[in-house]
Design a protein around this ligand. Structure first.
Ligand SMILES: [Zn+2]
Length: 51
């Protein structure tokens, strides 16, 4: 899909490291499947991953 941040790059399936901030903890999840922009590096997680 087209990247909505830079409106130029195309996204490709890959794995990213996601950092979640909670009240008293920071949770780091590695190897999360996502679509990654090949231009700006922005990534998009699917809705089910975000939940
Ligand atoms: Zn982009």
């Amino acid at each position: 899909m087209k990247c909505i941040i830079c409106k130029f790059g195309e996204t490709n399936a890959g794995k990213v490291m996601v950092t979640l901030h909670r009240r008293e903890a920071t949770i780091i999840i590695k190897g999360v499947p996502a679509e990654i922009c090949d231009n700006c590096g922005e990534y998009y997680l699917s809705d089910e991953i975000t939940e």
